[in-house]
Write a protein that binds this ligand. Structure first.
Ligand SMILES: [Zn+2]
Length: 231
């Protein structure tokens, strides 16, 4: 439960970072404001999800609607943080591994959020992720590379060049990509039937995000299910 609540606050922070990158605003010195009237939010108005519910989704100052993006993404990062904690501690990892993976998913979440809103990928986040990866490995040489996709690890030993390949075991990265393609394909077919034609470019990072998350949480189950279904 503490992981979930911590994740809600993390989501609030990540939303802010994504918003400031999108609007090219100053990170450190500017405080959170209402997107409509510019009213600076007090600490009472900054509680994840709860503030949104208490204010009935409206700015306390100008009474305009606050985007659903905020509470929804805070709940997503809440679930994300809880899921990572369960996966890491369940796979024999410790606090270092937890923070390592949480950092990776946080960077990933910002990229997915920006992709969803702007359909472009901000390279600065990828550089920040790489820098973080480097720092983690230099500061904690004992950092364990956990494997979440069970027996799939024996089939893949080459390393990937992607952000996922950097943070995850190659087998987990492969499963993440396969799940993302599958999810993206399902969504693509759904949109095709709904609109009869491809209306716009589909952002793919969110699918990759979901695929990677599912790999870390249910990787072993997915692979053993697949093995039983095909062999
Ligand atoms: Zn306002």
């Amino acid at each position: 439960m503490l992981f979930f609540i911590g994740g809600l606050f993390l989501g609030s922070l990540l939303n802010n970072i994504a918003y400031r990158i999108e609007k090219e605003e100053d990170f450190v010195y500017s405080r959170s404001k209402c997107t409509h009237c510019g009213h600076t939010l007090s600490s009472r108005e900054l509680i994840p999800v709860l503030s949104f519910l208490l204010q009935a989704g409206k700015c306390a100052f100008c009474k305009k609607n606050i985007s659903f993006q905020y509470p929804v993404s805070e709940i997503i990062t809440g679930i994300m943080t809880l899921g990572i904690a369960r996966a890491v501690f369940g796979a024999g990892g410790g606090w270092v591994e937890f923070l390592y993976l949480l950092f990776f998913f946080s960077c990933f979440f910002i990229v997915a959020l920006l992709d969803l809103k702007t359909t472009y990928i901000d390279e600065r986040i990828v550089y920040a992720a790489f820098l973080g990866w480097l720092i983690f490995h230099l500061a904690f040489p004992s950092l364990k590379q956990l494997v979440f996709s069970g027996s799939l690890q024996y089939f893949f030993s080459s390393s990937g060049a992607f952000m996922i390949g950097l943070f995850l075991h190659p087998a987990d990265a492969v499963l993440s990509f396969m799940l993302a393609i599958l999810l993206g394909g399902i969504a693509g077919i759904y949109l095709l039937f709904k609109y009869r034609k491809m209306k716009k470019e589909i952002p793919y990072v969110p699918f990759l995000f979901v695929g990677t998350f599912l790999t870390c949480i249910y990787g072993a189950q997915i692979i053993s299910f697949y093995m039983r279904a095909t062999l």
